[in-house]
Design a binder for this molecule. Structure first.
Ligand SMILES: [Zn+2]
Length: 582
C-alpha cells in the first residue's frame, strides 16, 4: 500500500483550511466562530454539522460523525484515507511524495513487505515471459481475461526450484527470514522455493499489503496438491484476513452490501462479472476477527458459500454468529453447481446476478434449514421444529420480525399465538429483559467514569500543558483502552514536539482498536472550552470517584477479613483515603 509519512500528512493538513475544503462539498454558513452546514452523513434536515476553523475539525450533533479534513473527504468520497490525503493535497495545489510504507512500522516488517512486493513483481513478470505462455493460455481458457489477471495480480512461479531464492539472496536478504516468511523451504539442508510450477495469487491483508500467496497447478500433474498456501507468519495471519477485503470494502459501503464466498477463485469469478463487493473466507468458518472486519463496514452481509453439506453447515454457523453480532445477514444457496465459480461458468453472470438480487433473509434460510430431515406431518417433528424456530427467535433483536414470525407459525400450523408467546418467553427466560437492565446499570455506573476520562483525554489532545497536567495530577487511567489512548497521545507529543486534535486524528487512523473511540471522544467534546481550570474539574471529579471506589472495595474487604490486626490496617487505609476525599 502506498503511504506517506505522518509529518508530510500533517503539513498538508496545516496548509489546508477545513472550512474551504468541506465548503467545496456542502454549503457552510458562519455562526459565531464556527461554521454550520447540512450533514452529508445522515438524513439531515437542519444544519447539524459544525466545522471549527480553530481546531480544524468537524462534528455532527445529530449522528456523531466527526474528524479532520481527511476523514471528511475519505467518508464523503468513499475513498481510503491516503486517497483522501491525495485529494486534499491536490486541492491545495500540492503533490504527495509517495514512499512505499507507513513510517510507523518496524524495520523488520518493512523489510518483509519489501520482500513480498519483490516476490510479487517476480511472479508477475514470469507470466509475461515465454515461460508463461502455457499458464496464460490456461487462465484464458478458464475464462479469466487480461483485466482480471491484472486486477488480481495473478502471476507465475517458474519450473526451477530455486529461482526466487536466488533472486532474493542476490539482494542480500537473510535466508532465515525467507524461511520464516514461508517463501522458501529447506529439506536435508537443501533450500528450495516454496512455490514452483504454479500460477500464483497474492494474498493481501486488510490494508492491501501483500502478506502471502496461494498457488495452483496448471499442468496435468499428478500426486501434488492442486492448491498451496503460504503458511502463517508474522505478516500472514489467516484468521485476520479476508481475501479481497481492501478492494471490496469501499464498493461494499457504496452498495450497502458485501458478498461472502469460500474460495478466492469464487471471488475472482464474481468480480469478473462486474460484482466487486465480494470477499473470500479462504475456508468455511469465520473467526471473530473476520466478523469484526465485516461488522465495521456497517453493510448487509450476503453469505454465498459452497453448495455442499460443509457449505450449508458453515452458512448456519457463520450466520448465527453474524446475527449475534448484530450484522444484517442474508443467504444465497446456489443449486446445480459446486460453488459460485462453477455456477457462473455454467450459467453465466446474469443468472448469478439474479440470485444476488433475491437472497433469503437469514431467518428465512434458517427456518428452511430447521425443516430439513423433519416430517412436519408428524406431531413430534413439528413440535421439534416449532421449538427450534422459537429458540432461533430469541437471537433476533427486531421485535417486528419476532412478531411476524410468531404470526406465521401460528397460521401455518394452527397453533395459538399466546402459547407460542409464552413458549418464547420460556426460551428467553426474561434473559433479554434482564440483560438489558444489567447493561443499562453497567452503563450508568460507567458513565461518570467514562465522561470524566474521555474529557481528560480530549484536553490532552489540545497541547503540551494539558498532557503535563494529566501527568502531574492523574498519571494513569484504570481502564486499559483509556490508558492506551493516553499513552498514544503522550507518544505522539514526544515524537512531534507538538500536538493538535486534528493531527492526532490522522495519527490514530491506522490504529483500528482506538480510532473509533478517539473520534467519539472528539465528537463528544469538540465544542468544549479548553482550559486548564476546566480540565482540573474533571481530574478532581475522577479522582474523587476513584477514591470512593477504593473505599468501597476496602470496606467489603474488611467485612470478610477475620484477622483483627489486618482489619485495623484496612480501617486505617480507609481513614487515610477519606482525608483525601474532601
Ligand atoms: Zn450527521
Amino acid at each position: 500500500m502506498a503511504s506517506v509519512s505522518n509529518e508530510e500528512i500533517n503539513e498538508i493538513r496545516a496548509s489546508a483550511d477545513i472550512v474551504s475544503i468541506i465548503g467545496s462539498y456542502i454549503p457552510l454558513t458562519q455562526k459565531g466562530k464556527n461554521y454550520v452546514g447540512v450533514c452529508p452523513f445522515h438524513d439531515d434536515h437542519s444544519p447539524s454539522m459544525s466545522v471549527s476553523p480553530d481546531k480544524q475539525i468537524y462534528k455532527c450533533f445529530a449522528c456523531g460523525a466527526s474528524g479532520n479534513v481527511f476523514t471528511f473527504v475519505s467518508e464523503y468520497e468513499n475513498v481510503s484515507f491516503i486517497e483522501a490525503v491525495r485529494i486534499v493535497a491536490s486541492k491545495c495545489g500540492k503533490e504527495l511524495s509517495v514512499s512505499t510504507y507507513n513510517n510507523n512500522i518496524s524495520p523488520i516488517l518493512k523489510e518483509e513487505y519489501e520482500i513480498m512486493d519483490l516476490t510479487q513483481k517476480f511472479f508477475l513478470n514470469n507470466l509475461r515471459t515465454k515461460f508463461g505462455i502455457e499458464a496464460l493460455d490456461y487462465l484464458k481458457n478458464r475464462g479469466l481475461n487480461e483485466d482480471i489477471i491484472k486486477e488480481f495480480g495473478i502471476g507465475l512461479s517458474l519450473d526451477s526450484n530455486e529461482a526466487l531464492y536466488q533472486l532474493l539472496t542476490k539482494k542480500n536478504y537473510d535466508t532465515k527470514l525467507l524461511l520464516d516468511m514461508g517463501l522458501i523451504n529447506s529439506n536435508n539442508g537443501k533450500i528450495y522455493d516454496m512455490f514452483s510450477r504454479r500460477i500464483t495469487f497474492p494474498l493481501w491483508d486488510k490494508n492491501g499489503n501483500i502478506v502471502g500467496f496461494s498457488a495452483r497447478v496448471y499442468r496435468n500433474e499428478k500426486n501434488i496438491s492442486k492448491y498451496m498456501n503460504s503458511k502463517e507468519s508474522r505478516l500472514f495471519k489467516k484468521g485476520e484476513t479476508l481475501y479481497n477485503y481492501h478492494k471490496a470494502k469501499d464498493v461494499a459501503k457504496r452498495e450497502k452490501k458485501i458478498i461472502v464466498v469460500e474460495g478466492f477463485m469464487d471471488a475472482i469469478r464474481i468480480s469478473s462479472i462486474g460484482i466487486k463487493n465480494v470477499i473470500a473466507l479462504q475456508g468455511t468458518a469465520m473467526t471473530m476477527d473476520q466478523i469484526q472486519l465485516l461488522k465495521k463496514l456497517r453493510v448487509k452481509v450476503i453469505l454465498c458459500l459452497d453448495n455442499d453439506n460443509a457449505g450449508l453447515i458453515a452458512t448456519v454457523n457463520n450466520g448465527d454468529e453474524l446475527v449475534k453480532n448484530e450484522v444484517e445477514t442474508e443467504v444465497i444457496r446456489l443449486s446445480g453447481a459446486k460453488d459460485p465459480d462453477e455456477y457462473i461458468l455454467a450459467n453465466g453472470g446474469e443468472s448469478f446476478k439474479e440470485n444476488v438480487e433475491h437472497p433469503l433473509t437469514y431467518f428465512e434460510f434458517k427456518m428452511n434449514y430447521l425443516k430439513q430431515n423433519k416430517d412436519l406431518n408428524k406431531v413430534e417433528d413439528l413440535s421439534d421444529y416449532v421449538n427450534d424456530v422459537l429458540k432461533s427467535l430469541t437471537e433476533i433483536e427486531d421485535p417486528i420480525l419476532r412478531e411476524l414470525t410468531l404470526n406465521k407459525l401460528s397460521k401455518e400450523y394452527n397453533l395459538s399465538l399466546s402459547v407460542l408467546k409464552t413458549k418464547l418467553e420460556q426460551f428467553a427466560p426474561i434473559k433479554i429483559k434482564k440483560e438489558k437492565i444489567e447493561n443499562k446499570k453497567e452503563k450508568e455506573h460507567k458513565d461518570a467514569f467514562m465522561i470524566g476520562s474521555e474529557k481528560i483525554l480530549y484536553f490532552m489532545m489540545n497541547g503540551e500543558e494539558y498532557i503535563r497536567e494529566y501527568q502531574k495530577k492523574l498519571g494513569l487511567f484504570n481502564d486499559s483502552l483509556y490508558r492506551e489512548i493516553a499513552n498514544e497521545i503522550v507518544y505522539f507529543y514526544e515524537t512531534n514536539k507538538k500536538i493538535t486534535v486534528a493531527d492526532f486524528i490522522t495519527y490514530v487512523n491506522d490504529k483500528d482498536h482506538i480510532k473509533e473511540k478517539v473520534r467519539e471522544i472528539v465528537s463528544d467534546s469538540a465544542n468544549d472550552e479548553v482550559t486548564i481550570a476546566a480540565m482540573d474539574e474533571y481530574i478532581d471529579a475522577l479522582s474523587r470517584m476513584l477514591i470512593k471506589n477504593e473505599i468501597k472495595r476496602l470496606k467489603s474487604l474488611m467485612k470478610s477479613e477475620l484477622d483483627e490486626a489486618k482489619k485495623l490496617e484496612i480501617a486505617l487505609q480507609i481513614k487515610e483515603l477519606k482525608k483525601e476525599d474532601v
